[in-house]
Design a protein around this ligand. Structure first.
Ligand SMILES: Cc1cc2nc3c(=O)[nH]c(=O)nc-3n(C[C@H](O)[C@H](O)[C@H](O)COP(=O)(O)OP(=O)(O)OC[C@H]3O[C@@H](n4cnc5c(N)ncnc54)[C@H](O)[C@@H]3O)c2cc1C
Ligand code: SF4
Length: 445
C-alpha cells in the first residue's frame, strides 16, 4: 500500500487517538475490575458468601469476558450480582443471587452451569419425580423446597402439583368423612397457587401457614423491593402479565385474589409433624390436627423461625418478624440476633420517637451483617439510641421485663416488646422424619 505524504502527516494523529482510546478503555476496565474485587471481598468478609438457591458456576477456561451474562441478569443494575474480574465473569455478591438462571441461557460459550450448594455448605434437595411425588407415596413437594426457585416457577409448580395430587387420589370408599384429600403446608407463591387450584378442582383441602399472611419469602423482602417476575397463569384468575412490580404491589395483588376468591387459609398455624397412618397421614400443628389422604409440602427454604427456648417466650409481646417499626414508638424493645434483619429491626425502631432499644447478640461482633447495617448500628449506638449487648443471651422474658446474661452478670431491662431475628430452622429434618429421601448438593446441578 502506498501512503501519500499528507496521509503520513496524519498518521501520528490516528495512532495517538487510537492509543488514547485504548488507554481510556483499559483504565475504565481496570477500575471496574478493582470495584468488583472490592465488592466480592466485602461479601466474603461479611459472610454473605453463600447463594440461597440455584446459582451460576463459571468455567473460566471458557469465559471470554463478553459480559452477556451480566447484562441479562434481571437483578442488574439494581443489584450487582455478577461482575467481571480480570476479564472473567464472577458471582460477586453470592447471597444476592436468587437463581433466575438467565445468565446460563445468555452465555455464548457454554461457560455457565447452574448448581446448588457449595463445597463449604451443601444444599438439601428432597427427591421427587416429575409428578412432584416423593418416595413416600402421597407426599408431594413443590416450589423452592423442591429446587424450583422464583415466584413464577413456584406458582406454576404449585398448580401442577395439585393436578398431580388430584390425578393420583384413590377413589373414596366411605371412610372417615372428616378426612381431607390434601393438606397444603405453606402459603408462599407455591402454596397459594396450589390452594387456589385445590379450590378450583373441588378437592377437600386445608392450607396451613405459620405466618399471619400469604406471600412466603416475598413478605420478608425489604420494603419497596423491585420484584422481577414473568407472566404466569394463576388458578381461578387466569393469565397475569406481570414482569416488574414492587413487593407491596405484589402482596396487595395476592391479597385481592385471596379476598375475591374466598379461598381459605389457616394462618398463624405451624405444622410440627406429619405422621403416616393407615389410610394416609396425620398432620399435627401447634393448634390442631388433620387427617388427610395426601400432603403437599410448599415450605420454601426459609424454615421456621429459630426460637430462644427460654421461659416467657410464649408471651404475645414476643414476635419473630418486624412488621412496622412505628408499632414500637415510645416502647422499651429488645431485638435478639446479629444478622442483617436484626440490625435493620433495631436501627429502624431506634429511629422511632421515644423508643428505647437494646440489641442482644451472643457473639462478640456483628460479623455476619452487611457493612451498611453494621455502620448504621454503630452510629445509633454512638448517638445513644441503641444499647448494644454483645456476648449476651436472653435467659427469661416476663410481662414487663427481659432478663439477660452477659459475661457472667445478669441484667434486667424494662421491656414491652421482643423481636427475635435468630434465623430459621431449615426444613430438612422435618422432611426426613416423614421418610422422604433428601440429597445434599455441594455445587452440583
Ligand atoms: C431477598 C430475595 C429476593 C428475591 N427476589 C425475587 C424476585 O425478584 N423474583 C423472583 O421471581 N423470585 C425472587 N426471590 C425468590 C422467591 O422469593 C422464592 O423463589 C419464592 O418465594 C419461593 O416460593 P415458595 O412458595 O416455594 O416458598 P416461600 O415463598 O418460602 O413460602 C413458603 C411458606 O411456607 C411457610 N412454612 C414453612 N414451614 C412451615 C410450617 N412448618 N408450617 C406452616 N407453614 C410453613 C412459610 O412461612 C412460607 O410462607 C427472592 C428471594 C429472596 C430471598
Ligand atoms: S456470558 Fe459466558 S463468556 Fe460472556 S462473560 Fe458471562 S460467562 Fe463469560
Amino acid at each position: 500500500m502506498v501512503l501519500y505524504s499528507f496521509q503520513l502527516y496524519f498518521l501520528p494523529i490516528y495512532i495517538g487517538t487510537l492509543l488514547l482510546i485504548t488507554i481510556l478503555y483499559m483504565r475504565r476496565r481496570n477500575r471496574e475490575y478493582r470495584q468488583n474485587k472490592a465488592i466480592l471481598k466485602a461479601a466474603l468478609e461479611s459472610g454473605m458468601d453463600q447463594p440461597s438457591s440455584l446459582y451460576p458456576k463459571f468455567n473460566h477456561a471458557r469465559c471470554i469476558g463478553c459480559g452477556a451474562c451480566i447484562a441479562i441478569c434481571p437483578e442488574h443494575p439494581h443489584h450487582k450480582v455478577l461482575g467481571l474480574i480480570d476479564g472473567k465473569s464472577n458471582l460477586i455478591t453470592p447471597s444476592e443471587c436468587i437463581g433466575h438462571g438467565a445468565c446460563k441461557e445468555a452465555c455464548p460459550m457454554g461457560a455457565i452451569t447452574l448448581v446448588f450448594g457449595t463445597t463449604e455448605r451443601g444444599v438439601d434437595i428432597p427427591k421427587t419425580g416429575d409428578d412432584f411425588e416423593t418416595d413416600v407415596p402421597g407426599v408431594f413437594i413443590a416450589g423452592e423446597l423442591g429446587g424450583s426457585g422464583l415466584i413464577k416457577n413456584a406458582i406454576e409448580k404449585g398448580r401442577l402439583a395439585i393436578e398431580s395430587v388430584h390425578r393420583k387420589l384413590p377413589a373414596r370408599s366411605g371412610g372417615d368423612p372428616a378426612e381431607l384429600d390434601v393438606v397444603i403446608i405453606g402459603a408462599g407463591p407455591a402454596g397459594f397457587s396450589a390452594t387456589l387450584s385445590a379450590m378450583q378442582k373441588n378437592i377437600r383441602y386445608a392450607t396451613v401457614e405459620q405466618e399471619d399472611a400469604i406471600g412466603g419469602t416475598v413478605v420478608f423482602y425489604p420494603k419497596g423491593k423491585l420484584v422481577m417476575t414473568a407472566p404466569v397463569e394463576y388458578p381461578t384468575v387466569g393469565p397475569v402479565e406481570m414482569r416488574e412490580t414492587t413487593r407491596e404491589e405484589l402482596l396487595e395483588f395476592w391479597s385481592g385474589i385471596e379476598r375475591d376468591s374466598g379461598v381459605k387459609i389457616n394462618f398463624s398455624e405451624c405444622v410440627e409433624k406429619v405422621t403416616r397412618v393407615d389410610s394416609g397421614f396425620e398432620v399435627k400443628t401447634n393448634r390442631s390436627s388433620y387427617r388427610t389422604r395426601s400432603v403437599l409440602l410448599t415450605l420454601g427454604r426459609r424454615g421456621t423461625p429459630r426460637k430462644l427456648e427460654v421461659p416467657g417466650e410464649d408471651l404475645p409481646k414476643v414476635v419473630y418478624r418486624l412488621q412496622d417499626p412505628a408499632d414500637f414508638r415510645g416502647k422499651h424493645v429488645l431485638v435478639v440476633g446479629g444478622g442483617d434483619s436484626a440490625l435493620e429491626a433495631a436501627t429502624s425502631i431506634a429511629a422511632e420517637p421515644g423508643a428505647t432499644v437494646a440489641i442482644s447478640y451472643r457473639s462478640e461482633a456483628f460479623s455476619r451483617a452487611k457493612e451498611k447495617n453494621r455502620r448504621k448500628a454503630h452510629e445509633a449506638e454512638k448517638a445513644g439510641q441503641l444499647n448494644v449487648l454483645l456476648k449476651s443471651s436472653v435467659t427469661r422474658i416476663t410481662q414487663d421485663a427481659v432478663e439477660l446474661e452477659q459475661n457472667g452478670k445478669s441484667i434486667t431491662l424494662k421491656n414491652e416488646g421482643v423481636i427475635v431475628c435468630a434465623g430459621g430452622v431449615l426444613p430438612t429434618k422435618f422432611i426426613q422424619d416423614i421418610g422422604v429421601t433428601v440429597e445434599t448438593k455441594y455445587g452440583t446441578p
